[in-house]
Design a protein around this ligand. Structure first.
Ligand code: CA
Length: 235
């Protein structure tokens, strides 16, 4: 199996050297660049498995790179590195399609954990065969590859998070997923994190895909435990 190939965009030499060294110790292949121009050049030439993106670069802002990369590769995991005081950028980064962020200075173990988690999730999110085909349930047709779905409301465009959540449900059809597992799998958050966003998300999926969102047939609550997705109710 080929090792995951990571694009590291970071202009601070010492940080970059440390990250390259440690990522390579973990057997990842790393391409390191220190400008936005070089990043986009590398990005155009190579299909990376993960991008690690510093925000403050000498020739560009990481958010612009994030937006461009996201447009061309909707499913590519992007990890943003932010310095303290860039809180607003962090939120914007998530809106621009970044999947996760780390504040500098960060703990190396946590960094490596995030990288591993993101690569694992993206593999799960892009399974070899069946989820690349449109997935059918109820009167819905979900095309995860193109982030499109046909529902009773017509065609909708899915966000990355929605798609990741659906991929998780489809891959575990019929099984109860604990809330903590869903949070970790979809958001990469530890299970003791605030879970209200998860519940809001389920409400949103029911609105999209259930005939009667107040009587869900597909996205079921398992009281006290979590959620379960059922493709064919009553089957
Ligand atoms: Ca920088």
């Amino acid at each position: 199996m080929r090792p995951p190939h990571i694009l590291l965009v970071e202009d601070e030499v010492h940080i970059a050297q440390g990250l390259v060294f440690n990522l390579e110790l973990e057997n990842y292949r790393v391409t390191h660049v220190d400008t936005g121009a070089a990043a986009m050049q590398a990005f155009a030439a190579t299909a990376f498995d993960l991008v690690i993106l510093d925000l403050m670069l000498p020739d560009s802002h990481g958010l612009d790179l994030c937006r461009q990369m996201r447009k061309q590769a909707p499913q590519l995991p992007i990890l943003i590195l932010t310095a303290l005081g860039e809180e607003k950028d962090r939120v914007k980064g998530l809106q621009e399609g970044a999947d996760d962020y780390l504040n500098k200075p960060f703990n190396l173990d946590e960094f490596l954990l995030r990288v591993r988690g993101m690569l694992r999730r993206s593999k799960w999110y892009r399974p070899e065969a069946d989820l690349s085909e449109p997935y059918l349930f109820g009167n819905n047709r979900v095309d995860l590859d193109n982030l499109k779905a046909k529902t009773r409301q017509g065609e909708i465009t899915l966000t990355e998070l929605e798609a990741r959540m659906l991929a998780t449900f489809f891959a575990t059809e019929g099984q109860t997923l604990r809330r903590g597992d869903l949070l970790e799998q979809v958001w990469g958050l530890s299970s003791d994190t605030e879970t209200r966003s998860l519940d809001n998300f389920i409400v949103r999926l029911r609105k999209y895909f259930e005939e009667d969102p107040s009587q869900p047939q597909h996205f079921l609550t398992v009281r006290g435990r979590g959620y379960r997705f059922v493709q064919k109710p009553g089957a």
